[in-house]
Design a protein around this ligand. Structure first.
Ligand SMILES: *[C@@H]1O[C@H](CO)[C@@H](O)[C@H](O)[C@H]1NC(C)=O
Ligand SMILES: *[C@@H]1O[C@H](CO)[C@@H](O)[C@H](O)[C@H]1NC(C)=O
Ligand SMILES: *[C@@H]1O[C@H](CO)[C@@H](O)[C@H](O)[C@H]1NC(C)=O
Length: 302
């Protein structure tokens, strides 16, 4: 039963898992939902149709309903191999990401990190256009993994230092409650924004994000978000951006045990929001390219 994504059983299971796993290591549910909603809105017809076809019927064509799925199954026996794919550990204080040096899982398994996973699942989805005769991959899973990991690679602290597990062991307070540096970036900043500025309304936040990359603060910047050459170099670039941001704004100025409040929130919120938007826009670009007519490369700016 646990492995069946179709039907009521899975939905119920999904709810139970969501309730019982508050500490997942990933953008909060909200972060992933926003990334996927932004992406799905930007899909061209061919990609929109492919996504629709790959999703199980009970989500009614809504990709964002399953964007947290990879967090829910990562501890299941069958999917334990996916656990290292959510992040990258870089050497302490190096503030850089080097694919050959850093992209590996436990026991040095090559490519087992979030950048390698994005290339992997993008490549698998390229088989979609060959038709359903190719059963090597489960393309529904490939789509959900790609959509989730595109979010994760944009969360700066998912490309963090090895010894503190991306900030997970740096305990501190977020306003009045206990948290840690990783969680501040996964969820606290997003949840505080939602509560303070958007009346906890995800649609309102999504609209504001959309406005900011179409006509607002990021509208000049957005054409450069697609600047990278291919399947392998694009996720490497996203990961390099993340570790730079993690060093400067995540770890920067933070001492274990301190209380983070307004100053940290106000200065970091714009970064979190931009990363969510970038994740969404780039996921759309990848899917449009993969399911479109010319599916050889990840998009270049046109
Ligand atoms: C593909 O994966 C999904 C999610 O794990 C599963 O529900 C579905 O049955 C799989 N499809 C095939 C053809 O194995
Ligand atoms: C790529 O996906 C396959 C499953 O389809 C998996 O066995 C392999 O470990 C994955 N590799 C990476 C780097 O994600
Ligand atoms: C959108 O941009 C405005 C500034 O024009 C800023 O105040 C707001 O926080 C931004 N919203 C998001 C979600 O980034």
């Amino acid at each position: 039963m646990g492995l069946n994504i179709h039907g009521e059983g899975f939905s119920l299971l999904l709810c139970l898992v969501l309730v019982s796993a508050p500490g997942a290591w990933s953008w909060s549910k909200e972060g992933h939902v926003l990334t996927c909603r932004i992406a799905q809105d930007l899909l061209e017809p061919a990609a929109a149709e492919a996504v629709q076809n790959l999703l199980p019927p009970y989500v009614d064509g809504d990709l964002s309903a399953l964007c947290v799925w990879p967090d829910q199954i990562r501890h299941w026996y069958k999917y334990r191999w996916t656990s290292p794919l959510h992040f990258i550990d870089t050497p302490d204080d190096a503030c850089s990401f080097d694919y050959a040096r850093d992209c590996h899982g436990p026991k040095g398994l090559e490519d087992m990190c979030v950048a390698g996973a994005i290339s992997n699942f993008t490549m698998q989805l390229m088989h979609y256009r060959e038709g359903s005769s190719d059963r090597r991959y489960n393309l529904t899973e490939s789509l959900l993994f790609l959509s989730h990991f595109m979010g994760d690679v944009h969360q700066p602290m998912h490309v963090g230092f090895t010894s503190d597990k991306g900030g997970n062991t740096i305990d501190l307070r977020w306003f009045r409650h206990k948290s840690n540096l990783h969680h501040v970036w996964d969820r606290e900043i997003i949840l505080t924004s939602l509560a303070d500025f958007y009346g906890k309304d995800m649609d309102a936040l999504q609209e504001d994000l959309h406005k900011n990359f179409t006509a607002g603060i990021w509208s000049d910047d957005i054409s450069s978000w697609g600047d990278c050459d291919n399947l392998f170099s694009c996720p490497v670039k996203y990961a390099q951006e993340s570790i730079s941001l993690a060093c400067k704004y995540g770890y920067g100025g933070v001492t274990e045990g301190e209380t983070l409040s307004d100053d940290y929130f106000n200065s970091r919120m714009p970064i979190v929001m931009k990363r969510i938007a970038q994740g969404g826009v780039r996921l759309a670009m990848a899917l449009n390219r993969v399911f479109g007519e010319h599916n050889q490369d990840i998009p270049r700016p046109t």
